[in-house]
Design a protein around this ligand. Structure first.
Ligand code: GP9
Ligand code: MN
Length: 714
């Protein structure tokens, strides 16, 4: 008892008081971590970081109070800091309950047009345990008023405050260093807000986000209308006319984009132990109904998947650092595929079995003009149904049918797969019936890569079978592409022998060659398909497919050119300013002959020519950066293009919205479901996914009553 008293007497010192407040904030944050937030902890290390991450920033915040010497200032300031901490925490708790995401500066200030912040329903989002977020503050103020906690009136030495501040800073730096061990480039790449919270805590996230949005704001504030003029000029001179052979051949068809995670071109037609890695994709590749490209490169930067998406949706490059989606996706205006097609009556939707906040998709998609986003909350991702980045591919395709069939046609639908993602994990039950035996290199990543690529191939095959059975295939153009490399340059030497290459002579050019990814445009019904050797990249996809859909692209700002056009620009720029072209390539400051792969020293004349190519690449990348960093499309109104209003979209009740539209249209409804005489086509879907045999049929979206009513119509 005496001991307890003695311990409590410490609270009567200023340092003791700050320690008490810090402990309380820490406990409250843990309460939020465990009950309200969903941070997706994958391993013990992350768990430990999560437990300790509130401490550093809380200490730093409370050290502010030590700047004030008189007790009647010190205590109110200490409590004010505590209140600030609590408010940040609690607002995020409420916000998370509504949006499954963390609050950003632009959501608080209303700067972003996407989210309107918390609605009037905030009160409905409170829960009984919320009392614990506030009670400590009330009790402490009470204890001070009733003099149970006595104010320490001694004048403090300045160095105490400084020591506390230093302690907090050291802890924070240690925290950042530890986080970087588990998740390199956490702060430069900004994968997901929840990652920063998981690793560094809410306060650090809020400060980080504040700095980022201030930078963005400044960049934008200085931009003027005329800044887009040069870009428009470049756009006009760079434009490539559609080819007469392909223009309009897919007019009014549905567009189905299959985003094949980390799939690289070297798997196509590759055999391992006598068996093809991707037998189905190979058959598609060779099929007369497919335009297949074998010199197609990804062009992503640090934003990986999200950069690939941006390249395809907008035909602009990702940013030099970080992900375009996370940095400017919430605020920018875009002229993106879903919006362009939306003007022609297309319905647009994304299907992806990961959290909506990953890569800031939940906000960015609205600015791209996506009407529907079926994220992890629309699927059952429990237990063995998911791996690291979400729902397994076979299940993603299978479980999406109930949503896909409700889309009014024509639609523009994108499926983002995840299973073939580093570190290429798959449960043994998913491979036990497979006769495919992978490589036996010393690198488990290389070996596993082929296993998950093989799995992805089968998933696509099952989906295709459904597309044919349901009749969707004949009304659709299916675009398949690999988003970026799966095996990085550090694994490439281990891969070399599998590709029949010598790891000892492996060089920068070889790495660049491996940045080829599959790109196929499959148009069931045509027999004009062929293997096309044109050099191109992700930047070129949008103009290419828009032309095939019979849509004129001249008025849009696009940095890519139609792959089928005679005027196509076959210099492929990488995000780091390296480039490849049919004749020459420039990789890491070295020129290579693209045919022989040999490095060479150009003579003066050729050097000048190559410099010009480099200048062109630099100009294009910098125009694209300025367009996106300064949000210049806000100054440009292409004739006939209706600007996107992100506020129109709400991804919470997609299926209810679709059902409503279907009902309102009655027999004019063009959804597959309506065409199938108001019956689901789910039964047509055949998959060997073992997870389905022990399925509970639950989706993560618990509160969606409409979903239940729609699935009962089956
Ligand atoms: C996450 C998935 C993976 O949702 O798309 O992104 P990546 O790590 O490949 O950029
Ligand atoms: Mn990816």
């Amino acid at each position: 008892m005496n001991k307890l008293k003695r311990l409590f007497s410490h609270v009567n010192t200023r340092v003791g008081f700050i320690v008490l407040l810090t402990i309380l904030i820490w406990l409250k944050t843990l309460l939020a971590y465990f009950t309200d937030f969903n941070l997706g902890i994958d391993n013990a290390f992350q768990f430990i970081l999560m437990i300790i991450n509130p401490i550093a920033s809380t200490i730093i915040l409370s050290s502010v109070a030590f700047l004030f010497k008189p007790a009647k200032l010190f205590y109110p300031i200490a409590l004010l800091m505590d209140l600030l901490n609590t408010v940040i925490l609690y607002l995020n708790v409420i916000y998370f309950r509504e949006f499954t995401d963390f609050m950003t500066v632009s959501t608080i200030t209303g700067y972003s047009k996407v989210n309107q912040g918390l609605s009037g329903s905030s009160l409905a989002l409170t829960k009984p345990h919320d009392v614990f977020y506030w009670i400590d503050l009330i009790v402490i103020i009470g204890l001070i008023l009733f003099k149970v906690i006595k104010l320490d009136k001694r004048i403090q030495k300045a160095r105490i405050g400084f020591a506390i501040f230093s302690l907090g800073s050291v802890l924070l730096l240690t925290n950042i260093a530890l986080a970087d061990m588990d998740r390199p480039q956490l702060l430069t790449r900004t994968f997901d807000r929840s990652y920063i919270v998981k690793y560094l805590g809410l306060n650090s996230f809020t400060v980080y986000d504040g700095i980022k949005s201030q930078q963005n704001k400044e960049m934008r504030a200085t931009a003027t209308k005329s800044a887009i003029d040069d870009i428009l000029k470049h756009n006009e001179s760079h434009y490539a006319e559609p080819s007469k052979k392909t223009e309009g051949i897919a007019k009014n068809k549905n567009v189905i984009i299959l985003h094949l995670e980390s799939l690289q071109q070297f798997v196509i037609n590759k055999k391992i132990n006598g068996k093809e890695v991707t037998p189905f994709l190979n058959s598609l590749y060779k099929n007369k109904s497919t335009y297949s490209f074998d010199n197609f490169f990804h062009q992503v930067g640090q934003g990986k998947t999200s950069d690939a998406e941006n390249l395809l949706e907008t035909s602009t490059y990702g940013l030099p650092q970080g992900s375009l989606f996370t940095q400017v996706g919430s605020d920018n205006e875009f002229e993106a595929a879903p919006a362009i097609l939306g003007q022609d009556g297309y319905t647009s939707a994304v299907f992806h079995g990961n959290n909506a906040s990953f890569w800031n998709r939940d906000n960015t998609y609205k600015n791209l003009g996506y009407q529907y986003f079926f994220d992890a909350s629309y699927y059952n991702t429990s237990g063995d149904r998911a791996t690291g980045y979400g729902l397994k591919d076979k299940l993603l395709f299978h479980d999406s049918v109930k949503y896909l069939e409700k889309l009014q046609q024509p639609f523009y639908a994108k499926f983002i797969t995840v299973t073939n993602h580093f570190p290429f994990d798959l449960d043994s039950e998913d491979t036990k019936d497979s006769t495919f035996k992978t490589t036996g290199t010393n690198d488990s990543k290389v070996n596993n890569y082929f296993v998950t690529a093989h799995y992805l191939d089968k998933a696509v095959k099952e989906f295709y079978q459904y597309l044919y059975k349901s009749g969707l295939a004949k009304n659709s153009m299916i675009v398949l592409y690999g988003d970026h490399y799966g095996l990085s340059n550090s694994e490439n030497t281990n891969l070399a022998s599998v590709l029949g290459k010598d790891p000892n002579s492996w060089n920068g050019f070889d790495n660049a060659q491996l940045q080829r990814v599959p790109f196929m445009i499959n148009l069931p019904g045509t027999n004009k398909g062929y293997e096309d050797h044109t050099y191109g990249g992700e930047i070129d996809v949008l103009p290419t497919i828009l032309h095939m859909l019979g849509i004129n692209t001249k008025k849009y700002v696009q940095f890519g050119t139609d792959l089928f056009s005679k005027q196509h620009d076959s210099v492929v720029a990488f995000r780091n300013r390296d480039w490849v072209s049919p004749k020459y390539s420039s990789i890491g400051g070295v020129y290579y002959d693209s045919k022989t792969g040999q490095p060479f020293d150009p003579d003066d004349k050729l050097r000048e020519k190559l410099h010009k190519v480099q200048d062109k690449v630099n100009t294009e990348l910098s125009y694209s950066d300025s367009l996106n960093q300064k949000n210049l499309l806000r100054f440009y109104d292409p004739k006939g293009f209706k600007k996107v209003n992100p506020k129109k979209y709400n991804y919470d009740d997609g299926i209810a919205q679709l059902n409503k539209i279907q009902q309102a249209l009655g027999n004019k409804s063009t959804s597959l479901y309506s065409k199938n005489k108001d019956k689901s086509t789910q039964k047509l879907y055949k998959t060997d996914a073992p997870e389905l045999t022990h399925d509970s049929g639950q989706t993560n979206r618990i509160s969606n009553n409409n979903l239940e009513s729609s699935s009962s119509q089956k």
